[in-house]
Design a protein around this ligand. Structure first.
Ligand code: SF4
Length: 318
């Protein structure tokens, strides 16, 4: 029996055993849909002293938005440059402007509203994604986002990284899991799509802790999840910890095992937007195997196949 014939996960056109974002978007919009990263440089309360200083130990100089646009340029120009390039290859493609770098709700709702509305109206935009910290959501911003969500396919991406407060403290996140639940709750009460970012390989975390994070988050009624690998980037506090031997990088073998454990515990209807991360090649210190992103994704596919497993399998078998 071939791998394709034996795949028990039906929501796939490319033999994946989990619900990919590209599959979901294609089914929803009937064509290829691209996310276009934008940069509005709102900063971050974990850098400017409002919540903390120095930022998260892993955060790059570009506020974890290494592939986002140039904040000095108008967002429509940032959007159109990327759209023009994509259009040559996929003329029928549609787009989702993605406010990526920094904390994109770190301003008043009335300041944010026109910017988000403008982006939602860009040519061939079918939705909007906004990345932020959970403690940068309040009632007024949730109301504004709700209005937006009635007019476009909106997803708010919340950085959590781990449900374990001790890990959050080591990482200098300067918010707790309780804070996350509050911010996520404001969005959820209004029916706004939430995509949660988690990171595997954070200092002091075991395989069980990482799996628990994915499983717990998966039970919150979220729209999507992004599973990242911890990257050690030059110039970060994490790089110093790594040099001192306090934050060893994961091996690919361990990473693949953890991600498969997590996929098995995430409900089948939650979009798994990422199973590994992109680190800026020039800034990456470790783990260097992560540069072979497709190789990592293939290993995850192979391991799920070897286990005879798929997204949500562990929940089905209980
Ligand atoms: S919350 Fe995000 S932008 Fe702010 S320091 Fe942490 S990773 Fe960087």
């Amino acid at each position: 029996m071939t791998q394709r014939e034996s795949n028990p996960f039906s929501a796939s056109e490319d033999n994946k055993r989990y619900l990919t974002y590209s599959y979901y978007l294609k089914k929803r919009f009937g064509c290829k849909v691209f996310k276009v990263p934008l940069n509005i440089d709102l900063g971050c309360p974990n850098r400017d002293g409002t919540k903390g200083t120095g930022g998260c130990i892993f955060c790059s100089a570009k506020y974890s938005g290494d592939f986002a646009g140039d904040p000095c340029r108008d967002i429509e120009r940032q959007f159109n440059d990327i759209r023009a390039r994509m259009h040559k290859k996929w003329p029928e493609g549609k787009y989702i402007p993605y406010f990526q770098a920094g904390s994109n709700t770190y301003a008043d709702a009335e300041f944010l509203r026109p910017m988000f509305e403008r982006a939602a109206g860009f040519e061939n935009a079918v939705g909007l994604s906004i990345a932020t910290r959970p403690d940068c959501i309040d009632e007024a911003k949730a109301d504004m986002l709700f209005e937006l969500s009635r007019r476009t396919y909106l997803t708010v991406e919340l950085g959590l990284q781990s449900i374990h407060d001790r890990t959050a403290s080591i990482c200098n996140r300067c918010h707790t899991y309780e804070d996350f639940l509050y911010g996520a709750g404001l969005l959820k009460q209004r029916g706004i799509n939430i995509c949660v970012h988690i990171i595997n390989g954070l200092p002091g975390e075991s395989r069980e802790m990482m799996t628990e994070t994915a499983e717990t988050v998966g039970q919150l009624g979220i729209h999507g999840i992004k599973i990242h690998l911890l990257h050690v980037l030059r110039g970060t506090a994490l790089a110093e910890m790594y040099e001192r031997g306090e934050a060893p990088a994961m091996t690919m073998e361990d990473y693949v095992q953890v991600v498969c454990d997590q996929i098995e515990r995430i409900p089948e209807d939650v979009i798994i937007e990422r199973v590994t991360g992109d680190g800026a090649r020039s800034e990456l210190i470790a783990p260097l195997w992560s540069l072979k992103k497709f190789c990592v994704m293939n290993e995850i596919d192979k391991e799920l196949y070897r286990r005879g497993s798929f997204q949500g399998a562990a929940l089905r078998w209980r």
